[in-house]
Design a protein around this ligand. Structure first.
Ligand code: DGJ
Length: 483
């Protein structure tokens, strides 16, 4: 991992390399600890590879152990019926390398048989309609896994998945069924090779993906994402004192995009009798799968049944103390978040180079969402300057068929009239501030149009007293540090 080479810190969301300078290909992955190493398994969609493995003693430096499952892997049947097709389902390259698509591989060691058992999501390479799970095994943790085929567990669809090994050795496979509407929990057989029983249906009809389970002080936590393809969304967790019993409702964690990540897995780090928990998320790049990156964040627990995930630009991990320390260095830049729409003010460059401002879903990579907040000439006022093109938020008055209308725009340079000067007013604020223009007295406001629920409009309006029965205040904004 070049960003981490001097062991200083792990920088989230950047390109992480293995010790030989190659990108780490381990998305939707999993970690197992053995003999002083962390083994990181994950999707590898290059050159007929399916699952690759890396190992590290410190979680900073990763040595590639190669692909452990490929199109050329040996295949052998097990004692129940599966399809052994891992190779070509058609002759065309589907863009992800050829053959089946394998996602979210997870590996457990079965104490009884000594085998390493991999469970994963299998699709035919053309579409996501087969929705099967698949199994492979190996005698060593990072050897060549033998493929045992794919199937629909108890006839169910099975897409995003995870496994969980409980302290008594029993293991569970958890996967999204009924076109992702339900999350099903299956107990595995003693040898972990087959499904024994469907033991629980979690949150029927709620469309959850990317499950990951952990246990702390006898309480199970399950984190999941909502179902928006490769786009990030608000993660949620639930807790229970029994994996197969009653679970809490889903409780949001992280921010509206789970800090632009989707859960992959959680690693317990044990040291000096204490356990800390490391959240590992994929930061997908929806336009280039291979530009996707990873995020490591500490999970904290305000109480036995509360789970909290906070953003850190960088983290340090000390395995001797088990401490995962977030590192936050303010960059001097800010994001402007609309409390009402949970969208972030962004410069939109239109055809012909015209710039305007819209409210976008949070993207950590987006420079257009970064702003400089500087003091203006008039005492107490600020200017809000775009990081990308140096222009400032300003208001101009237009005459529209005789009617006067105030419009938000981005102004080049500065204007002595004060049209690009703003007052942050936190009067009566439960959260966020009103951002009031100096010349017109209008305030920033955000809302969704009828067609586009993804991007918000940001404009200026007269200040109105907010009625909480109408939802969150469209005129409140948070000015957040970019770290
Ligand atoms: C979201 C899933 O969580 C990912 O693992 C991946 O399957 C994408 N969907 C594909 O759209």
């Amino acid at each position: 991992m070049n960003e981490m080479e001097n062991g200083a810190a792990i920088r989230n969301g950047t390109a992480w390399m293995d010790n030989s300078g190659e990108p780490i290909r381990a998305h939707g992955g999993w970690m197992l600890q053995e003999a002083g190493y962390f083994y990181w398994f994950g999707e590898d969609r290059t050159d007929g590879k399916k699952v690759s493995c890396y190992r590290s003693r410190d979680l900073y430096h990763w040595e590639s152990r190669g692909a452990v499952l490929t199109l050329a892997s040996k295949a052998s049947p097990v004692y129940y019926r599966t399809s052994l097709a891992l190779v070509m389902v058609d002759q065309e390259d589907n863009g992800f390398g050829q053959g089946a698509v394998i996602e979210r591989p997870k590996v457990l060691r079965n104490e009884r048989t000594g085998k390493y058992v991999m469970w994963m999501h299998w699709e035919n390479g053309r579409n996501y309609s087969d929705a099967r799970c698949a199994v492979a095994t190996c005698d060593t943790i990072d050897g060549e896994y033998v493929y045992h085929g794919s199937f629909n567990p108890i006839g169910h669809m099975s897409r995003d998945c995870t496994v969980f090994q409980d302290s008594d050795g029993s293991a569970y496979f958890i996967s999204a069924a009924r076109d992702n509407a339900d999350l099903l929990v299956y107990r595995l057989s003693d040898d972990y090779l087959s499904i024994e029983e469907h033991v629980k249906t979690l949150w029927p009809g709620q469309y959850r993906e990317a499950p990951a389970v952990m246990k702390r002080n006898g309480i199970y936590f399950l984190v999941t994402s909502a179902c928006t393809g490769w786009l990030p969304n608000q993660g949620a967790y639930a807790y229970s004192d029994s994996l197969t019993g009653r679970w809490s409702q889903l409780i949001p964690f992280g921010d509206t995009t789970t800090y632009d990540t989707q859960p992959a897995f959680i690693v317990p780090l044990q040291s000096q009798g204490e356990t800390s928990y490391l959240y590992v998320g994929d930061r997908w790049d929806p336009s280039h799968y291979h530009h996707s990156s990873y995020v490591f964040l500490p999970i904290s627990f305000p109480s036995d049944k509360e789970l909290k995930l906070e953003w850190a630009d960088r983290i340090t991990i000390d395995l001797t103390t088990g401490q995962i320390e977030p590192q936050l260095t303010p960059s001097g830049l800010h994001r402007i978040k609309s409390c009402g729409t949970e969208r972030y003010a962004a410069v939109e460059i239109g055809n012909g180079g015209n710039a305007k401002v819209g409210g976008h879903i949070l993207s950590y990579a987006s420079e257009a969402q970064k702003w400089m907040v500087e003091p203006a000439e008039e005492e107490g006022y600020i200017r809000i300057r775009s990081r990308t093109d140096g222009r400032c938020l300003a208001v101009k008055r237009l005459s529209d068929g005789g009617l006067l209308r105030d419009e938000l725009f981005v102004l080049e340079g500065s204007d002595a009239s004060g049209c690009s000067e703003w007052l942050m007013d936190d009067r009566n604020a439960e959260s966020g501030v009103l951002i009031r223009n100096r010349t017109t007295g209008k305030v920033l406001s955000a809302g969704f149009g009828t067609e586009d629920r993804r991007n918000a409009h940001i404009h200026v309006t007269d200040e109105v007293e907010h009625d909480p029965r109408k939802g969150r205040d469209p005129q409140r904004f948070e000015i957040l540090n970019v770290y």
